[in-house]
Design a protein around this ligand. Structure first.
Ligand code: C2E
Ligand code: CA
Ligand code: CA
Length: 756
């Protein structure tokens, strides 16, 4: 699998896991908020409910005060009272009984009234004008009241008492004469009367405090117990509430709304509620002293969250660990999967991936070491492996950025270079090959390593061929680079592909062609240079395919030599030659000899000689009419064994001719060692001799002819194309000429018509 794909899947799994964890975390937060809100709203309800009870108690206290005054006011006749001497005493008595600070009366429209101070006698002639503003306002409201009005009691705002060193507030209610107010009865009460109410120590089961506030947020009655040590005069003093929150609370208070809030003090959060008393703008300010987060419900929530968070951390940690482990393993696995264990280079799979993924033009080279099997056997596996490692390192050193290479199996390397210029490619590849050869020379000084490389240039227009095809084409070019005696670089060309295709065609059709008689025997005359007469012919194969195409032996013989089919064809040609001689004899013509080409593979077949004999026998052909042309190269392979077989054939009467003499490593020695009848001088010999007339070639040729004659070997010259060629070989003393000058290879029927 692709390394990136594995990584991708791994990442996907991790992201999925992280996604699930995140979803769980969100769920947890939602749950937390929900629970917290539930707990808050439960606490709020409880706060509100409790505060309501205290408000009720305050009401009750106020009502008691009212009732006393009201009862008094209901029974009184204002005129009489005012005149009465005991009015002062009466007021003193109300005062002392009810804990008022002052009680008093201001007749309507008068400038003075009467005031009884707590624990003192009443003072008449108290000036109305001398009373504080709060008193005047309340009194004036009572004066202006009539019986039918809904509000009959007026309460002042809180003020500093002129008589007691504390804050008080004032009740004022009208005394009527008829339906109109004749005066205002008033009593000032201490705020402290609410202490006992709000400071009973039972607020929220002992976990809360209540303060009584004025409408502006100032403390009217402060509970003994407070959380805030600084004891500000107003709840908005200090920075317990943020400015915004303060504004919200203040606005709510102006509208006499109940409002919840919280504040932080010394790192702890407290919940509060402000409940309007609906009396004189007063507010009850209740604080839940139990820190919100310490409540049992909160403890459960926090516990849950902590557990979950811990779990989350553990799982995330585990995920990271697993991810790293998998990534590491994945890395190791993909290293193994994509690298060659021996050289550490990339392997072919990875190379092909890289080749497919590449975006730039360049070239692909297939590099191979010649005779690596041989090196393996001769120098041993260890040395051979060492050579491969060195080769890998060597190639690696020559790679530029963006270039890559791999070792496939054995000694097959592939290299991708970012080059398209053939000259540069050749130079760089030759550099690599020379360096590898150099290293091997240092390892084994006497072995000459040969390397061959096939290259396909992957320029823009070739882009569509795909990596598989590119590799195949580089290999094809590499096969072409194989021959030769030095390092070689061969570039792929479409012809190679066509040749490959042709090779495939030949191989897949050869047997059927032989069975169908598609191989024809053409004859080329051999001319006696002395008489000018055709004294023999050479049988040359032509493949005339079903659709009339003629394929020449230069194309199919090398293929047959590679796959061994040559032996079948040669025997077939030998049979055709025998048949032709037979028919000449049967037709009463004087038969001439026919030379047939014999591949060296035949000489390795055990029954070869027997089969030749059988053919001669079958067609009753005199053996001396058949000349077997063997290649010079064959004579060099294993001269002694071959010599034995040739001697046997000669004993049977057949003539032996050494073909293409002078094309390879000719040695005049061979002539002496082999028992042959004829030597055919290669075309090249004649070419050289005629180009540099009287030069060295002519001398060698002349000497060869002399030597051959001395050994009783007749000399045939091939490729005689011109009259000059003809005169030259005649002057050199050659015996027989063969070439276009005398006649091309032609069908047997035409040959018969022309020469027989
Ligand atoms: P070869 O045995 O050396 O055959 C001579 C080749 O030279 C023939 O080519 C012939 O057509 C060509 N030739 C003849 N005169 C001239 C000339 O004046 N100028 C030039 N340039 N060429 C001339 P061909 O027929 O194409 O055969 C090529 C080779 O194929 C032969 O070389 C031979 O080695 C091989 N061959 C042909 N038929 C057979 C066969 O039946 N069996 C085997 N084993 N090999 C065969
Ligand atoms: Ca020949
Ligand atoms: Ca020849």
């Amino acid at each position: 699998m692709d390394e990136k794909l594995i990584g991708k899947r791994l990442k996907k799994a991790v992201f999925l896991a992280i996604g699930i964890m995140a979803a769980l975390a969100v769920l947890c937060v939602v749950l937390f908020v929900f629970l917290r809100n539930t707990v808050y709203s439960a606490t709020h309800d409880r706060l509100a409910e409790e505060t309501g009870i205290y408000r009720q108690r305050i009401y009750e206290q106020l009502e008691t005060d009212f009732r006393i005054l009201d009862t008094f006011a209901g029974a009184a006749e204002p005129g009489k009272l005012w005149e009465s001497e005991s009015f002062g005493d009466l007021l003193c008595e109300i005062n002392s009984r009810n804990d008022f600070v002052t009680t008093g009366y201001f007749p309507k429209g008068e400038e003075t009234g009467i005031i009884a101070l707590e624990g003192e006698s009443a003072a008449r002639e108290t000036e109305y004008a001398s009373a504080v503003g709060e008193v005047q306002t309340a009194v004036a409201s009572a004066w202006n009241c009539s019986r039918t009005d809904e509000q009959q009691v007026f309460v002042s705002r809180m003020f500093d008492s002129a008589f007691a060193d504390e804050k008080v507030f004032l009740y004022a209610l009208p005394l009527y004469e008829g339906d109109e107010a004749a005066g205002a009865l008033f009593a000032s009460a201490r705020m402290d009367i609410f202490y006992d109410i709000i400071d009973d120590g039972n607020v929220l089961g002992g976990n809360g405090y209540i303060h009584l506030l004025g409408s502006e947020g100032d403390y009217l009655v402060r509970s003994e117990h407070t959380i805030v040590k600084e004891r500000p005069d107003n709840i908005f003093e200090g920075d317990y509430f943020s400015e915004e929150e303060g504004e919200r609370l203040y606005a709510a208070m102006q509208n006499e709304e109940r409002v919840f809030s919280s504040f932080r003090y010394e790192g702890k959060s407290y919940q509060v509620v402000l409940v309007p008393v609906r009396f004189n703008g007063w507010y009850l300010f209740c604080i839940n002293t139990v820190r919100a987060s310490n409540g049992p419900a909160f403890r459960i929530i926090w516990g849950m969250c902590a557990t979950f968070a811990a779990l989350l951390v553990v799982i995330v940690g585990l995920l990271i660990y697993i991810y790293r482990l998998l990534k590491k393993n994945n890395g190791e696995l993909s290293y193994i999967a994509y690298h060659d264990a021996l050289t550490g280079a990339e392997n072919f799979i990875k190379f092909k991936q890289d080749l497919s993924a590449r975006r730039r033009e360049g070239c692909l080279a297939a590099l191979n070491l010649r005779h690596f099997k041989f090196i393996n056997e001769i120098f041993g596996k260890e040395k051979a492996d060492q050579l491969l490692v060195q080769a890998g390192e060597c190639i690696s050193r020559h790679m530029h950025t963006g270039e890559f290479f791999c070792r496939d199996s054995a000694d097959q390397f592939y290299i991708f270079l970012l080059e398209t210029d053939r000259e540069i490619i050749s130079r760089r590849l030759n550099g690599i090959m020379d360096e590898i050869v150099g290293t091997f020379v240092r390892m084994n000084s006497d072995y000459r390593l040969l390397i061959y490389t096939g290259v396909i240039v992957l320029a823009q227009e070739n882009e569509k061929i795909g990596s598989e095809n590119a590799v195949a084409q580089a290999l094809l070019a590499m096969e072409r680079a194989k021959g030769g005696y030095k390092n070689n670089v061969c570039f792929y060309s479409p012809d190679m592909f066509r040749e490959e295709e042709m090779d495939n065609y030949i191989e897949s059709h050869m047997q059927a062609a032989l069975d169908n008689g598609e191989f024809k025997m053409f004859l080329q005359p051999k001319v006696d240079l002395g008489t000018g007469r055709v004294i023999a012919a050479e049988a040359l194969a032509r493949w005339v395919t079903g659709d009339g195409r003629t394929i020449y032996p230069g194309r199919f013989i090398p293929v047959f030599e590679r796959n061994g089919f040559c032996t079948q064809l040669d025997m077939y040609m030998l049979e055709l030659a025998c048949r032709r001689i037979r028919s000449w004899m049967d037709e009463g013509k004087k038969p001439i000899g026919i030379s047939v080409n014999q591949s060296k593979l035949l000489f390795f077949e055990s029954d070869y000689i027997g089969r030749v004999g059988a053919l001669l026998e079958k067609y009753k052909v005199p053996a001396e009419l058949i000349t077997l042309e063997i290649l010079e190269e064959l004579a060099l392979t294993d001269a002694d064994e071959l010599g034995g077989k040739l001697a046997q054939l000669r004993r049977m009467g057949l003539r032996i001719s050494m073909d293409d003499f002078g094309s390879g490593y000719s040695s005049l020695n061979t002539l002496g060692r082999l028992d042959i009848d004829e030597v055919k001088l290669d075309r090249g010999f004649l070419r050289e001799a005629s180009e540099k007339c009287c030069g060295r070639s002519a001398v060698i040729m002349e000497e060869s002819v002399r030597l051959a004659h001395r050994l009783n070997i007749s000399v045939v010259v091939e490729g005689v194309e011109t009259a000059e060629n003809h005169s030259l070989i005649r002057s050199l003393g050659c015996d027989v000429g063969q070439g276009y000058y005398y006649g091309r290879p032609i069908e047997t029927e035409k040959f018969d018509a022309l020469y027989m």
